[in-house]
Design a protein around this ligand. Structure first.
Ligand code: NAD
Ligand code: TYD
Length: 354
């Protein structure tokens, strides 16, 4: 059966990659994007789809219950893929309230609206509420701890991860209480095209292109597990088509890398692929700066469940995915240059002034 999918946050980094992926792989499905176009939302990410009759865009807030009710009814929504969130840890340290509003209240609003919509349609079995979340809800690992599984207790350490944990608990509770067909995914760090400049990889790439310092927090020994965003999209496809309601699936890239090693690799690739860099070798720009407050040491994901139950595994290793991503930033300055606005400079000053 064809789906009418409401994609919240579909103009952001992962959401827009997902919408582009879905339109290509499931062209018969109808896609409706609901996005508030915060600083992180960008309509240009969806430019390829503007003339697609199965795609539409609604500018609005997931906290607006009346708007969400109207969309679910009018568009006959069968599936929600919920990406909309405040997503950056450093911003959550500076201004946590937006995180509570969108991540907790916004998710609650969507769940409530979807619950009534689903009940009105006599609780169709094929309806889905896919709640896209993060591995950060599990907290921080020591170097020799086993990777997070779906049974790892929640221990969020930042306002961002705490707000995501709250929203995960709501999605879980709506399944247990109302039998609402929710599924939760907890994913590791994504990278790829359309990633907003504030995050580690695009920030380093853009600073290399501009000849600016590359700020590495603390001792640079923190570890993240990196997943190419297109692999995340194929995992969500598997979960939406074959996943069991009420379940959680961890999604990881099997690519644990120390921040400093990743930054050095980025420098090495940029030195090869980018013509006329202002500073070369670009590794000269690496600068250790004061650590992030409460900085989690290590994330690592065990995605055995996804592999054994849904037959999914990542297909792209970090070298290949990183090369493709870096080339995309080199080729598309018209995408990222306008994002370095006065507001962004102001944010940058606040985080990096130390
Ligand atoms: P992003 O910040 O790039 O995009 C978020 C999008 O949500 C933007 O388009 C923004 O305009 C929209 N939005 C924000 N508040 C809204 C509101 N109140 N109503 C409607 N739209 C709103 O985020 P991302 O990196 O694409 O992350 C998407 C989801 O995936 C998030 O839920 C995040 O927690 C999760 N996640 C991200 C990563 C990662 O590495 N980026 C990893 C795991 C999970
Ligand atoms: P980030 O991309 O913000 O993702 P997250 O905090 O959700 O993992 O950061 C990835 C890692 O890189 C994290 O350990 C913090 C570190 N980092 C820096 O060292 N310098 C920076 O300027 C940024 C943005 C991040």
């Amino acid at each position: 059966m064809y789906k009418n999918i409401l994609v919240t946050g579909g103009a952001g980094f992962i959401g827009s990659n997902f919408v582009n992926y879905w339109a290509q792989n499931h062209p018969q499905d109808k896609i409706i994007v609901l996005d508030a176009l915060t600083y992180a939302g960008n309509r240009h990410n969806l430019a390829n789809l503007e003339n697609n009759p199965n795609f539409s865009f609604i500018h609005g807030d997931i906290c607006d219950r009346t708007l969400v009710d109207n969309i679910l009814e009018k568009e006959n929504i069968t599936t929600i893929a919920h990406f909309a969130a405040e997503s950056h840890v450093d911003r959550s340290i500076l201004t946590p309230s937006a995180f509570i509003q969108t991540n907790v209240i916004g998710t609650f609003t969507l769940l409530e609206s979807f619950r009534h919509h689903w009940a009105k349609q006599n609780q169709p079995q094929e309806y889905r509420f896919l709640h896209v979340s993060t591995d950060e809800v599990y907290g921080s690992l020591d170097i020799d701890d086993p990777a997070f599984t779906e049974n790892t207790p929640y221990a969020p350490n930042s306002p961002y991860s705490a707000s995501k944990a709250g929203s995960d608990h709501l999605a879980r509770a709506y399944y247990h209480t109302y039998n609402l067909p929710t599924i939760i995914t907890n994913c590791s760090n994504n990278y790829g095209a359309y990633h907003f400049p504030e995050k580690l990889i695009p920030l380093m790439v853009i600073n290399i292109l501009l000849g600016k310092p590359l700020p590495v927090y603390g001792d640079g020994q923190n570890i993240r597990d990196w997943l190419y965003v297109k692999d995340h999209c194929s995992a969500l496809d598997a979960v939406l088509h074959r996943g069991k309601t009420g379940e959680t699936y961890n999604i990881g890239g099997n690519n644990e890398v120390k921040n400093i090693d990743l930054v050095k690799l980025i420098c090495q690739i940029m030195d090869e692929i980018a013509p006329d860099l202002p500073v070369k070798p670009s590794s000269q720009l690496i600068t250790f700066v004061k650590d992030r407050l409460g900085h989690d040491r290590r994330y690592a994901i065990n995605s055995t469940k996804l592999k054994t139950e849904l037959n999914w595994q990542p297909s792209i290793n970090i070298e290949t995915g990183l090369r493709e991503t870096l080339q995309w930033y080199v080729n598309n300055p018209q995408w990222w240059q306008p994002l370095l606005s006065a507001d962004y400079q102001n944010y940058y000053q606040q985080v990096y002034k130390k």
